[in-house]
Write a protein that binds this ligand. Structure first.
Ligand SMILES: Nc1nc2c(ncn2[C@@H]2O[C@H](COP(=O)(O)OP(=O)(O)OP(=O)(O)O)[C@@H](O)[C@H]2O)c(=O)[nH]1
Ligand SMILES: [Mg+2]
Length: 279
């Protein structure tokens, strides 16, 4: 699936198609154009210049290095709790559905409709639940999102369900009240599972490139995010911002969203990703 993507970053392979010693300027131009950012581009270029050997191998090694952040290790006690938050329209609900589809192959799944803010938000998640035939704790607009989450996790515990996936309302990092709600949800989870959400995920719309870093920083600082999912990687994303995003935030990328369909998600592995860039 990775090989079908066409972000600017994937043009690196064109530069090396004739020779493994492509000009440094050509490589640099693509990194900049792909939104890798000047700082990381300079670091990479220095490594290639100093390395002296095969430019493709040095470039690959450095890209893998820059993309390799330790991933969170889920706690052994059931249920596995996955919470997804992010700004409006960043792809949270679709991502929750895609992850449910991944996890239902490994065990039972329960969705929690923690978006009690937007009109018809719960219906969108209910439709996905029905299609996949997975259980859901629904909600109504205006309900306390933390209470919905509490219900869902209690239910999962009493019925021995292995994974709870929590959708949350879209929010701008500047909305203090809504950021407080996310903290409250995390606190409620801790009442039932003291180790907290195993995966506290922030979805980031990849087409926003480096512009997304500033708002993401506030989320990661305030609500204990421990992993990222870059959505809409199939669209107009230039791709290179993946490097500043995970390095500036100091967080691993767990998956890439690559379409609107339920199967359009790729577990992120730095080596596979970098190999795909050059194949
Ligand atoms: N092309 C593409 N579209 C996506 C992807 N993920 C989500 N979308 C689309 O983006 C739009 C918003 O997705 P949602 O999942 O509703 O986003 P959300 O963050 O839940 O939105 P709010 O709940 O309103 O904040 C929908 O049209 C999705 O189909 C992706 O990986 N690729
Ligand atoms: Mg949503």
């Amino acid at each position: 699936m990775l090989r079908k993507l066409k972000p600017t970053l994937f043009r690196l392979k064109e530069v090396f198609s004739q020779t493994r010693n492509a000009s440094l300027e050509a490589v640099e131009d693509i990194l900049i154009e792909a939104d890798v950012g000047t700082k990381y581009t300079q670091d990479i270029m220095q490594k290639i210049q100093k390395g002296g050997g095969d430019r493709v191998e040095i470039l690959k090694a450095e890209l893998i290095n820059l993309l390799s952040m330790p991933k969170p290790s889920p706690h052994a006690t059931h249920p596995l709790v996955i919470m997804v938050s992010g700004v409006n329209g960043s792809g949270k609900t679709t991502t929750v559905a895609k992850l449910a589809n991944v996890y239902r192959r490994r065990g039972s799944v329960l969705l929690a409709s923690g978006d009690t803010y937007r009109d018809a938000a719960h219906e969108q998640l209910e439709i996905w639940a029905e299609r996949m035939n997975v259980r859901i704790v629904g909600s109504r607009k205006g309900q306390d999102a933390a209470a919905v989450v509490y219900d869902a996790i209690s239910k999962a515990m009493s019925k021995d369900i292995s994974c709870v996936l929590i959708d949350t309302a879209g929010r701008l990092h500047t909305r203090i009240d809504l950021m407080e709600e996310l903290k409250k949800i995390a606190r409620v989870i801790k009442k039932l599972k003291p180790t907290g959400p195993d995966y506290n995920i922030l979805t980031i719309d990849a087409s926003l490139g480096q512009n997304s870093i500033q708002q993401a920083r506030i989320f990661t600082k305030d609500v204990g995010i421990n992993g990222l999912i870059l959505t809409k990687f199939d669209g107009t994303a230039k791709g290179g911002a993946i490097i500043p995003i995970c390095n500036e935030l100091g967080l691993p990328i767990l998956y890439l969203g690559v379409g609107e369909g339920i199967e359009d998600i790729i577990e992120f592995n730095p080596k596979d990703f970098v190999d795909a860039l050059f194949e």
